[in-house]
Design a protein around this ligand. Sequence first.
Ligand SMILES: *Cc1c(COP(=O)(O)O)cnc(C)c1O
Length: 382
Amino acid sequence: MSKTSLMTLDSKAVKNNIDFLQNMIGPEVKLSSVVKANAYGHGIEHLVPVLEQAGVDHFSVFSYDEAQRVRKSTTNNPTIVIMGWISNEDLPEAIKCGFEFFVFSLERLYQAQHNATQLNRVAKIHLEVETGMNRSGLNRRELKTAIALIKSAPKQFELTGFCTHLSGAESISNHHRIQKQLKKYHKMQALLQSAGLRPQYCHVANSAATCVFPKERFDLVRIGIMQYGFWSSAETFIHFRQSQKVQDDPLQRILSWESRVMAVKEVKTGEFIGYGIYYLAQSDIKTALVPIGYATGYSRSLSNKGRVLINGHRCSVIGLVNMNMIIVDVTNVPTVEVNDEVVIIGKQGDLEIKVSAFSNISDELNYEVLAHLPGDIERQVI
Ligand SMILES: *Cc1c(COP(=O)(O)O)cnc(C)c1O
């Protein structure tokens, strides 16, 4: 390990999660693997080939640049859907590459028609409709306009999808609002049908909706967080356990993150440790220096709070998290030597540092913690 820390992606865990999800949704429903935000911090270039190996042939990303990164990381020419940002300059190239993309406004539709005509190519579009999230999507009136335009330009458009996004299926408190959204979606779907348009995939469900509303999986589900081994929320996991009458978590975490001990030191009672007066040694203690810090993804908010695993013991971060280093209390670890493994996220022996504990916050924010994992840390796939 020449870098200061290393992330490991477990391809067996990926296979386990994809198999579990495929089994849950059955052969009739397509699984789209959501790998936006650098594959939820795991690393597109490392994880996408593993997902492909596990049988994934359909990916969803947020932006055009991510779509290009996915394309370059794959070998089997999978479907790639851009759910969000494409600049007008990049749209012609996106069409040429055969990327599918969400059309969430009439401007995007007009632009796509213009580019497809110029290129003499077909734009593969997913019409996204506004059903109550009030974020992005065509309203009923705009949908009618879009339908007329698509019908008038069969050489320019292939209607690959018809979709919406739900406003928080991971929490029961949102379910009333979501029921209203689903009703609206069904009505808009009927509008499409009566115009004789048959999209290849109707889709609304993310991970939570896939679990909680199995009837609303339609033709395709957009799975992000679960493929990485996390439930969308504690509520979603409890719902799953109760409905399936199981106790154990069938999902496995993919990512672990390790560093090494850089130096070991004895500190006498009454001494302050690190910058300022953030930690006072109240007895003679032994410390280990670890080369990770806020410049390399270890948040400063973990000062005096973080935990790492060293030689099978849970050890506390003491004092401030520095730019490149943390100091850890290893008084209770019988032997600690330079180069010993330090687990930042993941398992060592029977102990585990979870992503949620790592950030010292609740499970709900796994998304944010993952998305903040630095992209430039060395990664290995095992
Ligand atoms: C991120 C995203 C998903 C995936 O959500 P998870 O909760 O991670 O499964 C699905 N659909 C859209 C539109 C998204 O932006």
